[in-house]
Design a binder for this molecule. Structure first.
Ligand SMILES: Cc1ncc(COP(=O)(O)O)c(C=O)c1O
Length: 401
């Protein structure tokens, strides 16, 4: 929480009387993260655009705030499309990127003018068929970043492998349907200019190959998101604009000049903008470690792979610090919020401030509910729906605000 004036923030929170657990999004910080980029790239020879990837945080008030600064939003499901439309975002400004699109989803996207980024060959066939009669020029293709992204390499889950991509492009050219966006998502939590450089080189070499072999040019290059949050980039002496500057320099190596470059930023805009205030309800001392059990649970601060929550150190002046773990009170062994930190001697009832909670926390409620499940009791050979999927959907809808 380098960016917040600790004492003032804590004083304000305590005098607000709002009970723990409490999720606090700091709007100035959201705007600052966005403006660092949007202000810098207003006038460039290649247009640089920023979309917000709503999977990082899809709360409607936050989307409205972000929409006051940027127009384009990236979504991964029909439900996310609807959330954006409810928040007042024009459907023509939505980019739909995910391997989960059904035929009905594709039809919905085409009818609403949403840009579809085709993820794989079979989806591409459906798209060409469904858009056959329509003059649909706003769509793209995603190349799997398997050669630069070890996280994705494991499972080939996202995007076309290059051979399938060129096979699909051949089909598009044959049918006279030309994708205008080439999408290549960066590494998850990218915090190195060197890694990012390899990534762009790889995208450019694919684009040059396609140009040389098919004479095909993509007007829009979409490099996805994946950048770490600014708080952590700053610790490494980096700024988010370093990634953009590198891109605009590297694009000189492309055989042609694209019209624009889009970045779909999630965590970099939102991760370091939220703080969770929680109360210590129990302290367990096990060997030399203090286990601080708090009143926020890990269905909000989800310990997904790559989650890195931190606790604000409000006690810099105290020299005696103890090894501590912050965990929730559930019976899940995964319910660890901060694995290891140094804190002064705490007491039950003290409040802790968990920082960098803005991305992939509240929004993870949504994939658990998409589509929402029916809860059914099977009894005496009968199925009784005890909580219907509509009711489940209502819960999530209410949650989004
Ligand atoms: C296609 C696409 N765009 C954007 C993002 C946003 O990534 P991040 O929040 O790491 O910036 C993701 C994340 O998974 C993604 O898959």
């Amino acid at each position: 929480m380098e960016y917040i004036h600790y004492k003032k923030f804590v004083e304000r929170y305590q005098s607000s009387g709002i009970e723990t657990p409490c999720f606090i999004y700091i709007s100035d910080r959201i705007i600052e993260n966005i403006e660092i980029l949007t202000n810098k790239y207003k006038q460039k020879s290649i247009q640089v655009e920023f979309a917000y990837a709503i999977k990082a945080c899809s709360l409607i008030p936050i989307l409205k705030l972000i929409n006051s600064k940027i127009e384009k939003f990236e979504i991964q499901s029909r439900y996310e499309a609807e959330i954006c439309i409810n928040a007042g975002i024009a459907s023509k400004n939505l980019i739909w990127n995910s391997p989960r699109k059904s035929k009905t989803d594709i039809e919905f996207a085409i009818n609403n003018g949403i840009s579809v980024i085709i993820d794989n060959y079979s989806e591409g066939i459906d798209f060409l068929e469904l858009s056959d009669e329509k003059n649909c020029t706003n769509f793209g293709v995603r190349q799997s970043s398997t050669n630069t992204n070890s996280f994705i390499r494991k499972n080939h889950k996202l995007g076309f492998l290059f051979d399938d991509l060129t096979r699909f492009l051949e089909l598009c050219i044959e049918k006279g349907k030309y994708p205008n966006i080439f999408h290549y998502h960066t590494l998850a939590r990218c915090d190195s200019v060197e890694d990012f450089s390899v990534h762009i080189d790889s995208a450019i070499s694919s684009l040059n190959y396609i140009h040389e072999n098919y004479g095909y040019t993509f007007p829009i290059l979409n490099l996805g998101g994946g950048w770490d949050c600014n708080t952590r980039l700053q610790r490494k002496g980096l700024r988010s604009s370093d990634f953009v500057d590198l891109t605009t320099r590297k694009i000189e190596n492309l055989n042609y000049k694209p019209r624009s470059v889009i970045f779909e930023i999630g965590r970099n805009f939102i991760e370091d903008t939220a703080v969770v205030a929680c109360k210590i309800v129990r302290i367990k001392k096990i060997e030399d470690v203090y286990w601080l059990v708090v009143d926020v649970v890990t269905n909000l601060l989800v310990p997904i792979p790559l989650a890195r929550f931190e606790v604000a150190d409000l006690h810099k002046e105290k020299t005696e610090k103890f090894s501590s773990v912050i965990c929730d009170g559930t019976c899940s062994p995964n319910g660890i919020i901060v694995e290891s930190c140094l804190l002064p001697r705490m007491n039950e009832g003290d409040i802790l401030y968990i920082i960098n909670c803005g991305a992939y926390t509240t929004s993870l409620i949504e994939p658990f509910m998409e589509p929402p499940a029916n809860i059914v009791l099977f009894q005496n050979d009968n199925f009784e729906i005890v909580i219907g999927n509509e009711q489940m959907r209502d819960i999530v809808d209410k949650f989004h605000g």
